[in-house]
Design a protein around this ligand. Structure first.
Ligand code: CP
Length: 307
């Protein structure tokens, strides 16, 4: 039962719960009218202390398409946080108004703190460079629909593996399915954090390698997960400028990829996928964004105990 629980980390859901959620999301995608009134009378609160397009708006659209209503703020400056209110007091207050809360925050662990003071389910919509579990559900739904399975895949993660929270969450999740191989492609300065290498990959005996050159490995991939260099996490603009165009996926590089490889990206993109690639049938990142709404509809239904 997911009713009343928080979602802070992809591993808060068992594999069985994750698979059930994806199945429900698939059914909502096929028959949305069946679900269109199930959240009548319910309210979702979006507490966004950092910018967002996909996560916030897909959660809001998800609740509205389930017949519910939405309240919230899209920047801290328009809430009483700007007057110095704590996360604990904010969520205690929001718990009086809404049935479920979705929080994005620049500080790692902020949604966890909120969950400790909340009487309603709290969903982590991205905390600093840490985790982004609902993006992972979106990614898993896309992979399952295009590859038919979440096992036996060779997945390349390319770009900012240090600060990219979507990468950390998806690796955590994929490491629970059988026989997945991970290829980490990044410049030296943007390598995966040690806790993911040790506590997730090594601890779960996941086969993985770390390389700098995408062209060396692109031909072996079932999935290429491109990421943006996370400008907002850099302390020094010079470093960002030096690293921001480390990888640009273009037609030339895609000639070396398999015909069946799919390209994912959590978006937003900056320069790392050339616009010419959007026409390539292997580009799946806008389908991925679309699935985000359906998977969040499924999550809302489960956490509210409606299904
Ligand atoms: N993928 C993702 O989290 O996008 P937003 O920052 O637009 O929400």
């Amino acid at each position: 039962m997911l009713k009343g629980r928080h979602l802070l980390d992809p591993r808060d859901l068992t594999i069985e719960e994750t698979d059930n959620l994806l199945e429900l999301a698939g059914d909502i995608f096929l028959q949305p009218e069946k679900y269109s009134k199930l959240c009548e009378g319910k309210i979702l609160a979006t507490l966004f202390y950092e910018p967002s397009t996909r996560t916030r708006l897909s959660f809001e659209a998800a609740m509205m398409r389930l017949g519910g209503k939405v309240i919230g703020f899209s920047e801290a400056s328009s809430s009483s946080v700007s007057k110095g209110e704590s996360i604990a007091d904010t969520i205690r207050t929001i718990s009086c108004y809404a049935d479920i809360a979705v929080m994005r925050h620049p500080k790692e662990g902020a949604p966890k703190i909120a969950s400790m003071y909340s009487s309603i389910p709290v969903v982590n919509a991205g905390d600093g460079s840490h985790q982004h579990p609902t993006q992972t559900l979106t990614d898993l739904m896309t992979i399952k629909s295009l590859k038919g399975s979440l096992s036996n895949l060779t997945v390349g993660f390319c770009g900012d593996l240090k600060f990219g929270r979507t990468v950390h969450s998806l690796i955590k999740s994929l490491s629970r399915y059988e026989n997945n191989k991970i290829i980490l492609i990044s410049p030296e300065e943007l390598r995966i954090p040690n806790y993911i290498r040790k506590e997730v990959l090594q601890k779960n005996n996941i086969e993985f390698i770390e390389v700098e050159n995408i062209e060396e490995v692109i031909g072996s991939l079932d999935i290429l997960y491109m990421t943006r260099v996370q400008k907002e996490r850099f302390f020094n603009e010079e470093d960002y400028i030096r690293l921001k165009d480390s990888y640009i996926l273009d037609r030339e590089k895609m000639k070396k990829a398999s015909e069946n490889m799919i390209i994912l990206h959590p978006l937003p993109r900056v320069n790392e996928i050339s616009y010419e690639i959007d026409e390539d049938p292997r580009a799946a990142y806008f389908l991925q964004a679309k699935y985000g709404m359906y998977v969040r509809m499924a999550l809302i239904l489960k956490l509210l105990g409606v299904m």
